[in-house]
Design a protein around this ligand. Structure first.
Ligand SMILES: Cc1cc2nc3c(=O)[nH]c(=O)nc-3n(C[C@H](O)[C@H](O)[C@H](O)COP(=O)(O)OP(=O)(O)OC[C@H]3O[C@@H](n4cnc5c(N)ncnc54)[C@H](O)[C@@H]3O)c2cc1C
Length: 570
């Protein structure tokens, strides 16, 4: 009998070989075991990680049984390895056989329309999307934010798919302070005061108090993200920690250029005149409206605008522009309340992005660690951002021949400020004739009086099609050539370019429930990555794209230097 020395990663290798078609599901099992250790609960955890759409489908029970068998085999093998330092032949055989069984199951899955959704899910989602649509039309605002329900003491994200069960929910309010006598004249460093001249230790004292009186703290912004980021790990039965919201810290204050120049000489006079102090609870839509009134705008736009500035920094909003990649590029200062209740300000020292903390002694950092840290370094309470002069964007949605788009991809990215391509998903590449292109470019033109109405119509029709008839793209357009198909031609004629202010042009105001899977790949790998999914629609990601009763998008963001290009496959 031969023995195999190794780790679970090697098993992962064996599993992947055997189950290439189901690599993702196998990874899920192996990761669950690797991260959660032995014992019965990891089987449940592994099962919990299988996409709901598959788990709740008619194929769910068979898949669950096969995965349980695989997980059991891997666990047994791992137990042997930790005892004897080796995997036995029998272990490898058992794991391979279980993986092969799982692999054999996958092609038999019936992926006809709606096969992966339960009727309950369909009804709930249609109701949710309808309510969102009515709210947008009737009340002028979408139901697009998370919210806290004080009666049940539960916080929900915007899509109602994530619930957080804290012990306590706190939304501290800024104290009313007397006008600051020492706007700039105190002995403290400049980083210790807000633009109003008040000490940050006074302004943020309620946030510090919330942190100091709690054992475990998570911060929540607009609840616009779709994962468990804001969760404290509690449940209805066993609540955990304190959920802090900065909703009341939402002020936007322009800074005097001379004050900025004094502190940030490297910025130069022009940029120093475009700096604002923004509190983290402010919503992007409110910030951009205020900035517009000040003649300013963010260079990097979000694809919707309900998020909080703190949440955007913590998830480091990426755009799709060919010049500006992340929101954090605009930041020159940021204040954190750490888990120990200390107030720490990080200040950018140069264009190259060198940062310094105001701790004693200061820490020197090559980048801003709080950007993209999803709150792990503390609560982001405010920032200083360098804005750009406000600008209009020309927006155009066009149906184009797929082959033409792919042949001209680099040129299309270079000639537009933002560009996205929408491919129908879950169909073989060879059948995709037409894709939709969205592009936004900075323009000197101004919006016409009709532009807001046309924009609303375009937004609402997008919602109606995506939420209630997502197959229309593929069935009516994707498979037909634009040269011959009268519908595609008519759609192109209808969709004339529209000029809008940047903060309105780029973010969508309305959203329907959807699944999204986002990948970042180097630009030169963009088409191969996209084709890999489309050529093999039965791959793990393709499985989800095939279930066409709801919108599911696979977003591939590709990077070329300082550039984000985006393509989405429904
Ligand atoms: C339809 C849709 C489109 C999207 N488009 C984009 C896009 O174009 N670009 C992009 O980058 N992202 C996008 N996202 C992702 C999402 O917008 C970001 O994760 C987002 O910016 C979250 O902001 P929020 O205020 O809603 O934060 P939340 O969802 O409330 O929180 C997000 C995370 O940040 C932490 N956090 C929140 N506030 C703070 C704070 N003050 N201090 C410390 N931590 C904090 C939370 O604990 C959590 O981990 C999209 C999401 C959806 C649903």
């Amino acid at each position: 009998m031969s023995h195999h020395r190794g780790t679970l990663n090697e098993f992962g290798g064996v599993l992947e070989e055997v189950g290439a078609e189901i690599g993702h599901l196998v990874d899920v099992v192996v990761n669950a075991i690797t991260h959660h250790g032995g014992g019965v609960p990891w089987v449940q955890r592994a099962l919990a990680l299988i996409p709901d759409a598959i788990k709740h489908s008619q194929h769910g029970p068979a898949l669950a049984a096969a995965i349980t068998e695989l997980a059991t085999a891997v666990s047994r093998a791992e137990a042997h390895r930790s005892k004897n330092q080796v995997f036995t032949d029998a272990d490898v055989k058992a794991v391979s056989a279980a993986a092969a069984k799982l692999a054999a199951l996958v092609p038999s899955i019936d992926l006809s329309v709606g096969a992966l959704d339960t009727p309950d899910e369909r009804v709930e989602t249609l109701l949710f999307d309808s309510a969102n649509l009515l709210a947008r039309v009737g009340a002028g605002r979408p139901l697009h934010e998370g919210f806290y329900d004080p009666v049940s003491n539960v916080w929900h994200n915007w899509s109602l798919e994530l619930a957080v069960y804290p012990n306590e929910y706190r939304a501290p309010e800024p104290p009313t302070l007397p006008a600051a006598a020492t706007a700039a004249g105190g002995s403290e460093p400049a980083t210790a005061r807000t633009p109003s001249g008040h000490l940050k230790s006074d302004v943020y004292a309620p946030v510090v108090a919330a942190v100091e009186s709690s054992f475990a703290v998570r911060t929540v912004g607009a609840g616009h993200s779709f994962n468990g980021g804001p969760s404290l790990g509690g449940s209805r039965e066993q609540r955990a920690g304190t959920l802090v919201s900065l909703d009341h810290y939402n002020r936007v204050t322009p800074l005097e250029a001379s004050v900025v120049e004094q502190r940030f000489a490297w910025l130069g006079a022009e940029r120093a005149a475009r700096v604002c102090h923004i509190e983290a609870g402010a919503r992007l839509r409110d910030v951009t409206r205020r900035l517009w009134d000040l003649g300013l705008a963010f260079a990097c736009q979000g694809s919707t605008d309900a998020q909080s500035i703190g949440g955007l920094i913590s998830s480091d909003l990426h755009g799709t522009g060919n010049q500006h990649a992340f929101l954090s590029e605009a930041l020159i200062e940021l204040t954190l309340v750490t888990g120990a209740g200390r107030i720490v300000t990080l200040t950018r020292q140069s264009d190259a992005g060198h940062w310094r903390t105001d701790e004693a002694p200061p820490r020197e950092l090559r980048w801003l660690p709080a950007a993209g840290a999803i709150g792990m370094l503390g609560i982001v309470v405010d920032c200083l951002a360098v804005l750009v002069p406000r600008y209009n964007l020309e927006v155009q949605f066009t149906y184009m021949a797929r082959r033409e788009v792919e042949a001209q991809l680099a040129a299309l990215v270079a000639s537009n400020d933002h560009v996205s391509f929408y491919y129908p998903g879950g169909v073989p590449l060879s059948r995709i004739e037409t894709v939709r292109m969205h592009r936004w470019s900075v323009t000197d033109k101004h919006p016409t009086w009709l532009a807001p109405t046309l924009h609303l119509i375009s937004e609402l029709s997008d919602h109606v099609v995506a939420a209630f008839a997502p197959n229309i793209f593929f069935d009516a357009v994707g498979e037909h050539g634009i040269a011959t198909d009268p519908l595609t031609k008519a759609l192109n004629d209808l969709q004339q370019p529209l000029v809008l202010p940047a903060p309105v042009a780029y973010p969508r105001k309305l959203y329907y429930r959807h699944d999204e899977d986002e990948w970042a790949v180097p630009f030169d790998r963009f088409l191969p990555a996209l084709h890999a999914v489309l050529v093999r629609p039965r791959s793990a990601t393709g499985l989800l794209l095939l279930a066409r009763s709801f919108v599911r998008s696979l977003t591939i963001i590709s990077t070329i230097p300082r550039t984000r290009a985006r393509a989405a496959v429904r």
